[in-house]
Ligand binder design. Structure first.
Ligand code: GDP
Length: 294
């Protein structure tokens, strides 16, 4: 991910470094390159516009233009702004004293919710917690089986409630967790390929019934311009406390990963970098920004 964005940004920086002292025209031309590079990476256009405006304003100051190493300063400003874009707030999960804590995952079908639920369970298990996975995606026939198989592989029980309504399954899973002394319930909900009223209402009903301590939205890193519609509908209906970005290991352009913080205003909590259970990592904005700048 981000290879072509990294290459393009680095070419721009190399051109600046070759110039020594920078003129306003040099900065304007560099900002145009950065804008194109971000748009080509499918970053949301409003996010790109704001990003470039802020970065340009900071680069156009006398401090930068008249310094001995103006190009270095521009790189530093782009790094800062990229880090800011990715979020500077705490990305850790916040647990309440309630037993069990309930974490609910929402997102479109195929975004990687079921995979993320399993990875999160694995991570929490490694941290000494005893999770229970709740299979509330009753529409995709293989979803509960997929969860049961993957849960089995990592040694985390899966509550299926075969045949019951998803709201009932979520409630029964919480009860099961109390009976079996599991301290976190991870609720995997249904998604559709497109936003759909029934799916939204069901997510709202599950949320109302089990009052999750945290709702996390799973967003595919490959999501492009459509990200605004997807996340704003979820934000309005179910709201959420943070984001898990999935499929960051792919070779797609990564627009979703770069837009989601600015579009939602919510912290990115984890990134998912593969299909294996141990490929969920806590998110560090500064590390990601450095990676993008190569
Ligand atoms: P759901 O419909 O939201 O529950 O999505 P799934 O969890 O079933 O994931 C959809 C597809 O994406 C599956 O084939 C997963 O193996 C794959 N997938 C999910 N997360 C990742 C990831 O981080 N990296 C890669 N490469 N594939 C992923």
């Amino acid at each position: 991910m981000f290879e072509s964005l990294s290459d393009r940004l680095n070419n721009t920086f190399d051109r600046l470094r070759g110039k020594g002292k920078l003129t306003e025209a040099d900065i304007t031309s560099a900002m145009r390159d950065i804008r194109m590079a971000l748009l080509e990476a499918d970053v949301n256009f409003k996010v790109v516009k704001d990003f470039v405006a802020k970065t340009k304003e900071r680069c156009m100051t006398a401090d930068v233009m008249e310094s001995l190493t103006p190009a270095q300063n521009v790189v530093k400003i782009v790094l800062d702004e990229l880090t800011e874009l990715l979020g500077t707030t705490e990305s850790k999960l916040v647990f309440s004293n309630r037993i069990p804590n309930v974490i609910m995952l929402v997102g479109l079908q195929g975004s990687g919710k079921t995979t993320a639920a399993v990875k999160l369970a694995y991570l929490l298990k490694k941290q000494g917690r005893s999770p229970l996975l709740a299979a509330c995606d009753v529409y995709r026939p293989a979803a509960a089986d997929q969860l049961a198989t993957l849960g089995g592989e990592i040694g985390v029980p899966v509550f299926r409630g075969d045949g019951a309504h998803p709201v009932q399954i979520a409630q029964d899973a919480v009860r099961e967790a109390i009976d079996k002394l599991r301290d976190v319930v991870i609720v995997d909900t249904a998604g559709r390929l497109q936003i759909d009223e029934q799916m939204m209402q069901e997510a709202v009903d599950i949320k109302r019934a089990v009052k999750p301590d945290q709702v996390l939205m799973v967003v595919d890193a490959m999501t492009g311009q459509d990200i605004v519609n997807v996340v704003s509908t979820f934000a309005e209906r179910t709201d959420f406390d943070g984001v898990i970005i999935s499929k960051l290991d792919g070779d797609a352009r990564g627009g979703g990963a770069l837009s989601v913080r600015a579009v939602t205003g919510k912290p990115i909590k984890f990134v998912s970098m593969g299909e294996k259970p141990d490929s969920l990592e806590p998110f560090y904005p500064d590390r990601m920004a450095k990676r993008i700048l190569g």
